[in-house]
Design a protein around this ligand. Structure first.
Ligand SMILES: [Zn+2]
Length: 150
């Protein structure tokens, strides 16, 4: 079993646990979701799945993803562009940096940040349960910059 097959199996279990019948279309959506290693929105998932099954509707995709989110199998992110993006929940904790020009989502993790957040929470009398951190940035121009001639 590959990691992707395993993920599909977990997703299937979640849907069955929610009392949902496994249909060909739902299975297709689960596979597309399991294969995604970026942060697609529902339309992105739909477009990828639609290529395999042109009878698929966007609302089926929405419903399936909502269920998976409720069951904790996928995680939803609402970055500043207002679009809900998803990723599977079975990965190491990480934070995101969003390129404000291209919308590209870059994953990173930092022990220093994790530690700092725990410390801040502790100083406020809290035990940190979870956090979300989003950085928004613009790529610095590459290459040597010439200083203007005088
Ligand atoms: Zn991510």
């Amino acid at each position: 079993m590959t990691g992707i097959d395993q993920r599909v199996a977990v997703f299937e279990g979640q849907l069955k646990g929610a009392g949902l019948r496994m249909t060909q279309q739902r299975r297709l959506i689960l596979r597309v979701l399991a294969e995604a290693d970026d942060h697609p929105d529902a339309k992105g998932i739909f477009t990828r799945a639609f290529a395999h099954d042109p009878t698929l509707s966007l609302s089926t995709v929405y419903r399936t993803m909502k269920l998976l989110e409720t069951r904790g199998a996928i995680e939803r992110h609402a970055f500043e562009d207002g679009v809900s993006r998803y990723e599977h929940a079975d990965q190491q904790h990480h934070d995101h940096l969003i390129d404000v020009e291209t919308g590209q989502v870059i994953e990173f993790s930092s022990d220093a940040i994790e530690e700092l957040q725990r410390r801040i929470a502790a100083e406020l009398g809290y035990e940190l349960v979870r956090h979300r951190l989003e950085l928004y940035g613009r790529k610095k121009p590459t290459g040597a910059r010439k200083s203007p001639k005088t």
